[in-house]
Ligand binder design. Structure first.
Ligand SMILES: *Cc1c(COP(=O)(O)O)cnc(C)c1O
Length: 224
């Protein structure tokens, strides 16, 4: 039961940790069930899925975009997203800024870091990120607000490996906080942990966990 899964997870969360219910590939009825259980924060990973859901579902839902985002899709989601968790280049951040300005909005963004072993995962390295945050171009962006970092651990059965990777994300957050965001209280989020590893992520300092199948069941994959 979706509502029971939501309650089970949210009741187990320590203060300061919020649940992003990852509703990708799940229909509106399932989202409404989670909504009726009190959930207001949802995650989607495809623009063409987020837009119709945001248009048809209650307006007090906050939508986080969590998937790899192509620059040419930003304009579709800009009116609807409260946070884009998967920013992995200055090029993308500039486009988010431009589209947010067109909507008269400021969009919260998380910087995604590559800490897993798989090459296929996306994200900055710390040096690439430092370079971006030090650039003159970054300083001109007024319609984005960087509120923290996001990371994904390797697909692994070894809790020590996963904990090591999440700890790395937390260390990156601490480093950026000191070097670039010391006077910005809104830089406060660490998004990490999914269905199979969120308890580890919480122990390593997550403030947002992103749980999909643990709430909605195994996904029926639909083609985009
Ligand atoms: C799908 C997805 C999740 C949720 O995964 P589950 O294993 O179903 O909990 C979390 N984060 C990202 C970036 C995803 O794409």
């Amino acid at each position: 039961m979706i509502s029971e899964n939501i309650k089970h997870i949210t009741e187990s969360l320590p203060a300061g940790v919020r649940l992003v219910a990852v509703s990708k590939f799940n229909p509106n009825e399932s989202i409404v069930e989670a909504y009726n259980a009190g959930q207001r924060l949802f995650g989607e990973s495809h623009a063409q899925e987020l837009v119709p859901k945001a248009e048809s579902l209650p307006k007090d839902i906050k939508w986080h975009f969590i998937g790899h985002l192509q620059t040419n899709k930003v304009k579709y989601i800009a009116p609807y997203v409260s946070c884009i968790e998967s920013v992995d280049s200055l090029h993308l951040l500039k486009e988010i800024d431009k589209q947010a300005a067109k909507c008269g909005r400021v969009i919260d963004c998380l910087l995604q870091f590559h800490v897993a072993q798989e090459e296929t995962k996306f994200g900055f390295s710390i040096d690439e990120c430092r370079q971006m945050l030090s650039s003159e171009e970054y300083k001109t962006l007024l319609n984005i607000n960087i509120t923290g970092v996001m990371g994904m651990a390797s697909i692994s059965d070894d809790p020590a490996q996963i904990a090591g990777e999440f700890t790395h994300v937390k260390e990156i957050f601490n480093t950026l906080k000191v070097e670039f965001f010391a006077d910005k209280p809104s830089f406060c989020e660490i998004s990490m942990g999914m269905t199979h590893d969120y308890p580890i992520a919480i122990r390593c300092g997550a403030t947002l966990i992103r749980v999909g199948s643990g709430i909605f069941g195994e996904r029926m994959y639909i083609k985009h």
